[in-house]
Design a protein around this ligand. Sequence first.
Ligand code: G6P
Length: 372
Amino acid sequence: AAAEKGGWPSFMAKEVAEQPDAVANTIRGRIQGDAVVIPELDGLDELFIGINRVIITACGTASYAALVGKYAIEQWARVPVDVELAHEFRYRDPVIGDDTLVVSISQSGETMDTLMAVKYARERGARTLSVCNTQGATIPRESDAVVYTHAGPEVAVASTKAFSAQITALLLLGLHMGRVRGTLTSAVASDAVAELQSLPEKVAQVLAEETEHVSQLAGWMADTRSVLFLGRHVGFPIALEGALKLKEISYIHAEGFAAGELKHGPIALIEPGQPVFVIVPSPRHSSLVHSKVVSNIQEIRARGARVIVVAEEGDAAVLPYADEVIRIPLTGALFEPLLAVVPLQIFAMALATAKGLDVDQPRNLAKSVTVE
Ligand code: G6P
């Protein structure tokens, strides 16, 4: 087993480090010139034309990738997208039909809840597309089309590189759909393609520049009993994923919130010393959204929170209120999740390690849940 880990202390550490390759491999072969063209979807334009609704269904980490996908598909393909947990989807007579595209996301392709949701969608006449990391798995076989993620085998129970590959695949899918539906200008498409191509290097940069800093921070926080995560826009699903990683492998109570929701409840949780991670969106994309998150930071800081921000390089607005600043390189708004999630994975892993836990085999969890 030590040899399989390639010198890393755990499969999770190895898989976190493999994310630049997971992203690059998922993009490879899917860019033609200035456009995203997914060869597996060749001849399947009818999946995307004439639909008036997309539902993305998944469980666990994959459902947070789905939430990022919602923002991307709505932005680029101009069709409403809902994200549904697979186990909630089919027990309430949902309104779906042949004008609905149901996209399922599953690393294993064997999660029973997700499989049953796909079967249900097909029986109701919906079009089905699977995003999957395992060649020939059951869910892609039950779907009209499949876009494989090419993260390589993922062994650690807590998903990391498969999550990054899922987000990458959904960005590609959004760009592919936008092109097919005619909702994407060539300028937007070529900017997105340039951004996609620079992503593996930027993920590698976060790993190189933040691993030690974040691990040290986790070491200092080994006695922490609760950690909160705030994000807005595509930072919201990343807040949820940061909290899930911490629950899964370090058994610490953690919750992710939409930053705008703070004043509607969660701010009551803030007391002196409470650690809060805040995923700060770039001010270059929306100064309004950025300033709203900065004022959230001020509000929690005023109540004594220990604020750890994940912010883009050069964002100085966060400095007066942050106890710790984790930096990510500049990228497009919809691409930020791929960079912001990395320090949160490292944090969870380092904290679990500091507590002496086995990060690859957390208690009570299975890599793939093949029962309902
Ligand atoms: C299990 C795993 C999670 C994973 C979820 C969905 O609960 O412990 O890490 O996110 O299943 O798995 P899938 O293979 O469908 O992506």
